[in-house]
Design a protein around this ligand. Sequence first.
Ligand SMILES: [Zn+2]
Length: 174
Amino acid sequence: MASLAEQLLKRNEAYIEHRHRPIPLFTDLGFTPKKMIFSCIDARIKPAELLGITDADEAVIVRTASGTPARNLIDIAAIDNLTTLTELIVIKHTDCGATYMTDDQIRAHIRTHNADVDGQVLKDYSVGTTHDIVERTRQDVKLIKNSPIIRKELRDTVSGLVFNITTGKLARIV
Ligand SMILES: [Zn+2]
């Protein structure tokens, strides 16, 4: 069986032939997105489908482990520089993988497979593990609100939501 990457290259040939239409350039379209949504990389969570996000929302969905913006604050500043963002949203979900492990376990895993890794370097890595997803949502919103590299008016637009995978309810935490 070919790797998925090989299969994608193969599928792309058919895509070009039958489906692809040139994607508009920024200069034709105006610069988007205007909103940035952070959501978990969990494959069960399909934010656009579950939350009804469409192109009209002018939102980009950034998917990170646990939906934390911790490692992407510079991305917010970069996109804001290009498009002038109007809103930031952090969306987490119940039963998140981040509640099944700790940052220490992840560091131990890295050490097991990379014996020569610098402990000091490892300290800087966190994927937002937690046993309280609501509290972690508050903390991640605070990360944005307190970030010295994000424009002040933009920091103030951030909200924190939690999607309940059992009931389907999206609740505002912040
Ligand atoms: Zn998750």
